[in-house]
Design a protein around this ligand. Structure first.
Ligand SMILES: *[C@@H]1O[C@H](CO)[C@@H](O)[C@H](O)[C@H]1NC(C)=O
Ligand SMILES: *[C@@H]1O[C@H](CO)[C@@H](O)[C@H](O)[C@H]1NC(C)=O
Ligand SMILES: *[C@@H]1O[C@H](CO)[C@@H](O)[C@H](O)[C@H]1NC(C)=O
Ligand SMILES: *[C@@H]1O[C@H](CO)[C@@H](O)[C@H](O)[C@H]1NC(C)=O
Ligand SMILES: *[C@@H]1O[C@H](CO)[C@@H](O)[C@H](O)[C@H]1NC(C)=O
Ligand SMILES: *[C@@H]1O[C@H](CO)[C@@H](O)[C@H](O)[C@H]1NC(C)=O
Length: 933
């Protein structure tokens, strides 16, 4: 913009000459007459027939030559329009028509070079002509706020010439598009108010070169995005309103913003720890951060800060523990996330203060993190040195991301480390020596590893602090900087990719042929191949790391599968065909009302259950609704909830992939134990299972504030693991809106006997309906009888009615207890407590039933009494074994498409055949409510 200066001065001279001519030729009277004719409700001394004496009209000021210098008719009840001739008032400095009801187009003010202040806010203008403010080189204030009926228009880029601008108010003016990046032109700009428009894109970097003190950009319709990093350079800031947008990434360091007193960042997508520099801002009075994804310790602001709002974030503790640090493992994980720019996936899913409480991507043993799997998560930034603090870490998978910078030396100090995979990133620098105990995979990918080339975005001196690329304009510059190395890398990847496609297709065909003749294959051979492949890097198997998306989208027939964006959960139909041996009869675990369930086994031995729903049972449930629900369900992770690992949409059929539970359902253990070759559950096992169920359901209820998460709770939906602990299956989102009723109707038949009486009257699903069903399950657990038993006489057929009668007097209870239970005094006492709880849960009036938390509180101590010495067990339980399932799948998906995996897969076929039991079924009787409505 600077280079224009010489031209500007020539123009000024020309203009001056022009002005002199116009002055001598015409006068402002004719313009004023036009103006008087176009406006209505003018002051009485204005005339629409004669311009005589216009300099004395109310609101008009003139200079000595009768040239109009200001028009000031604010708040005068004016209507009508502004005549286009107004820009001919070449001496006009102030145009002030705010707070009227003037309609029509704003006249072009271009080349009215004397204009300094324009106030047209709070009117009813309908459009702004292109170039309206062109050439206003003396403009200081432009206020167009609150003209909500303006036709949508973009930011007036011609303002870049108005270098004297101090105040720009254009809020609520129907502006759309990007905020231009020329604020370095406005070295005097102090007030920028663009709220309540439809701006998109990121905050321009040139903000840092202006003098903005008051920045109001809140409430954009679609929302501004990108990070807030630019704020840290805006040292004059006093008031910042950026709420109700889509900003991401952490709150930046604001330590230089010493005058900032009002900071409103609520209702965005901000992640990360609230920086100390923000908590200690010297001038701060107001701060609102609620409704973000902020992490780390709950911040404690000094008492001088008058207004603080922090609700609805992902802090590790709550306000009662403000300012206390998170658990050390959580702190370390936050540092790791921080070095990758605090990606949103590591905020939403890493909640609370216990990293071993089912956090995705993390696997623990005995309360210590042993596996971290962040492969293929589109992560940028660097590998954090903080990994070195996780002293029990065995496996670290970071392949298939966009990580840059070096591999920290500290990782070599991890004594337990066995696997480290960083392939397919963009790392550089010296390779640490990991010794022979660590399977270290660095290639393919990482073309600059071992060199000093700085691969961090922006080159030298930008550590991982700003890795998340803003979605707006600044990204463009880095695109053009494709180095030769990158191009070579791309070419290599493409060539490898094509090779892999051919190889995979070849392998697939070969395997098919092979199987026709018999599928015997030595598992040892397969495993050996696998090992070689993963450690690879010797050139023969560089296809190891080709992203699964590429593979799946390009090999075979594209039309029969869908892989969705961010597709950790979408699994291709090929994969499911392979692991279920093309949905072979032999792999059927069972059949439910909605389709067939198949067992399958991933190459690493992880077993899965695949529900394949017949298309006609899906009704017309919309694809997007299905996906939306899947997106929620895959995030619901709890050690007592069966994990949904993924899904597949194949034409009109939908498939859901769950973790496999080897010991069948609670129903089988209670009612059909003999048929399945089980021994009857002991009382201790039963109460433990009941507590597991209560905990799982309690967790679901804690999620209920958004959409209700409903349980179709009954023993056939309670699944048992090898350790005889329970997980709850069949939960999902339930809408209680009138048209949400369908979701419950389909399950009525299945839930009969478990359904609370009020459901029939209200049709509403509430947490108390689950509590009732849980009470019924407790009764079944005590009596060994089904909720409905037709073989019984009528007065005993309905378990709740009968058992509640039994409960009336305590001495009746022993006769009702399952004869398969061994009763000693301690057991009887425990049964009394559970029977009492069952009665309480099945109270007729929903408000008389306790909530699930109460059930947990009653059952907890009963279980506790049996295991004084095994606390450790409980802490480690369920996480080590079960939480690794999604990770195993992810890791496997990440490696999908390699020859070795296919080779290995054939071997696991033979294994899975022998290992899938013919009868016991690790799947729920009914289906997840996501399945079919
Ligand atoms: C403003 O002045 C410039 C330079 O004299 C000229 O090119 C442009 O057309 C003028 N704009 C209007 C709307 O008169
Ligand atoms: C603004 O103008 C629109 C027509 O463009 C009209 O419908 C509306 O009533 C006007 N608003 C006010 C407050 O006069
Ligand atoms: C906001 O702007 C986008 C284009 O940037 C447009 O597609 C969208 O319709 C606008 N929204 C509204 C509510 O005007
Ligand atoms: C703080 O926020 C409240 C409510 O938004 C507002 O009324 C008050 O003026 C603000 N105070 C300061 C000093 O900004
Ligand atoms: C990690 O270790 C470093 C030193 O190696 C230490 O400064 C840091 O506080 C540790 N972080 C945690 C969360 O323990
Ligand atoms: C890496 O970044 C590029 C550009 O930002 C993106 O297109 C690509 O998908 C990313 N790769 C991965 C594996 O996330």
């Amino acid at each position: 913009m600077m280079r224009k200066k010489p031209q500007v001065s020539i123009c000024a001279v020309v203009l001056l000459l022009l002005q002199l001519t116009t002055t001598s030729l015409g006068d402002d009277g004719s313009v004023m007459l036009k103006l008087a004719q176009s406006l209505q409700n003018l002051p009485s001394d204005w005339s629409s027939t004669s311009s005589t004496g216009y300099c004395r009209w109310t609101g008009i000021n003139c200079d000595n030559s009768n040239r109009v210098t200001s028009i000031s008719l604010a708040k005068s009840g004016l209507s009508g329009t502004l005549s286009p001739e107004i820009s001919s008032l070449t001496q006009l400095e102030t145009l002030s028509f705010q707070i009227n009801n003037i309609a029509g187009a704003i006249p072009s003010l271009a080349n009215a070079t004397s204009l300094q202040d324009i106030y047209l806010d709070n009117n009813n203008f309908t459009s702004v002509p292109t170039g309206c403010f062109d050439g206003l080189t003396n403009l200081q204030v432009l206020s167009l706020s609150d003209n909500p009926n303006l036709a949508p228009w973009p930011f007036p880029n011609e303002l870049t010439k108005s270098t004297s601008l101090t105040t720009l108010y254009m809020d609520n003016a129907n502006i759309f598009g990007l905020i231009p990046d020329f604020f370095d032109s406005f070295s005097n700009l102090q007030n920028l108010r663009l709220s309540y428009n439809n701006f998109t894109g990121s905050l321009p970097a040139s903000f840092a070169k202006s003098d903005i003190q008051n920045l109001w950009m809140n409430d954009q319709q679609l929302g501004l995005s990108g990070t807030l990093d630019v704020l840290s350079g805006m040292t004059q800031l006093r008031q910042v309103w950026l709420h109700k947008n889509q900003f991401t990434g952490p709150i930046p360091d604001l330590s230089k913003c010493e005058s900032l007193f009002d900071l409103s960042l609520r209702d965005n997508q901000l992640t990360g720890v609230v920086p100390a520099s923000v908590i200690s801002l010297p001038a701060l009075l107001n701060i609102s951060l609620q409704n973000n994804k902020l992490q780390g310790p709950y911040p404690l602001f000094p008492s001088k800060v008058q207004k603080v709002s922090l609700d609805h974030n992902n802090f590790c503790k709550n306000s009662s523990d403000a300012a206390t640090p998170c658990d050390p493992q959580v702190t370390t994980l936050l540092q790791i996330a921080g070095d990758m720019g605090y990606p949103a996936i590591l905020s939403d899913s890493w909640e609370g203060n216990n990293a071993c409480d089912g956090w995705p991507f993390v696997t623990c043993s005995q309360g210590r993190i042993i596996i971290i799997n962040l492969a293929n998560k589109h992560l940028a930034g660097k590998i954090s040195p903080a990994y070195a603090n996780l002293t029990s870490l065995k496996n670290l998978y970071l392949q298939q991301n966009n990580l840059t910078g070096p591999i920290p030396d500290g990782l070599t100090k991890l004594a337990s480390l066995q696997n480290l995979d960083v392939s397919n990133n963009n790392l550089s620098g010296k390779v640490p020596d990991f010794g022979s105990n660590v399977k270290f995979t660095v290639s393919p990918g990482n073309p600059f590893i071992g060199t000093n080339v700085d691969t961090t975005p922006g080159g030298a001196g930008t550590p991982g602090s700003k890795p998340s690329g803003p979605s707006g304009s600044p990204a463009a510059s880095s695109k053009s900087k494709l180095s030769v190395g990158t191009i070579v890398a791309i070419v290599v990847v493409v060539v490898i990719f094509i090779a892999v496609v051919f190889f995979v297709v070849y392998k697939f065909i070969a395997r098919r042929k092979h199987r026709k003749f018999g599928r015997v294959k030595n598992p040892e051979v397969g495993n050996e191949m696998n090992k070689n492949g993963v450690t690879g890097g010797n050139g023969t198997n560089g296809y190891n790391g080709v992203p699964s998306e590429l593979h799946s989208q390009s090999s075979g027939d594209v039309s029969d599968r869908h892989l969705f964006e961010g597709g950790n959960v979408a699994i291709s139909i090929e994969v499911l065909r392979q692991v279920t041996d093309n949905f072979s009869e032999a792999n059927i675990l069972g059949r439910g009302g909605f389709g067939v369930v198949y067992g399958g086994e991933l190459p690493d031995g992880t077993k899965i259950a695949v529900k394949r729903m017949e298309s006609n049972t899906m009704g017309n449930k919309g694809l997007s609704e299905f996906q939306a629900e899947i997106a929620v369900l895959t995030k619901v992770r709890h050690r007592h909830l069966v994990a949904l690992l993924g899904y597949c949409i194949n034409g009109s059929e939908r498939l859901l992939v769950y973790e496999y539970m080897p010991r069948g359902t609670l129903a089988q253990h209670l009612f059909e134990w003999h048929d399945h070759g089980y021994t009857p559950l002991t009382w201790k096992q039963r109460v433990t299972i009941a507590l597991d169920v209560a905990r799982g359901v309690e967790y679901l209820h804690s999620l209920a504030q958004q959409s209700f998460i409903h349980r179709d709770l009954k023993p056939s939906n309670i699944l048992i693991g090898d350790d005889m602990r329970a997980k709850v299956a069949d939960f999902g989102l339930v809408k209680n809106a009138p048209d949400g009723k369908y979701s419950v109707e389909t399950r009525l038949a299945g839930t009969f006997g478990y359904l609370a009486p009020e459901y029939a009257a209200t049709g509403r699903v509430t947490t108390k309906i689950d509590v009732y069903a849980f009470g019924v399950v407790l009764m079944e657990t005590i009596t060994g009888r089904k909720a409905l038993d037709d073989t019984m006489p009528d007065d005993r057929a309905h378990l709740v009615t009968w058992f509640r009668r039994v409960l009336i007097s305590k001495e009746n209870i022993p006769k009702a207890i399952d004869p398969n239970l061994n009763l000693d005094e301690e057991t009887i006492e425990s049964i009394y407590r559970v029977a009492e709880l069952a009665g309480h849960c099945t109270a007729r009036e929903p408000q008389q039933r306790p909530d699930m938390g109460h059930a947990v509180n009653v059952l907890g101590p009963l279980v506790e009494q049996w295991k004084p010495a095994t606390r450790e067990d409980e802490d480690g339980y369920g996480i080590d074994l079960h939480m690794s399932l999604p990770q195993a799948l992810q890791r496997w998906q990440a490696n999908e498409g390699t020859s070795t995996m296919f080779g290995d897969m054939s071997s696991s076929y033979s294994q899975s055949h022998s290992s899938i039991p013919s009868k016991p079924s690790g799947f729920a009787d009914t289906f997840n409510s996501a399945d079919c409505r």
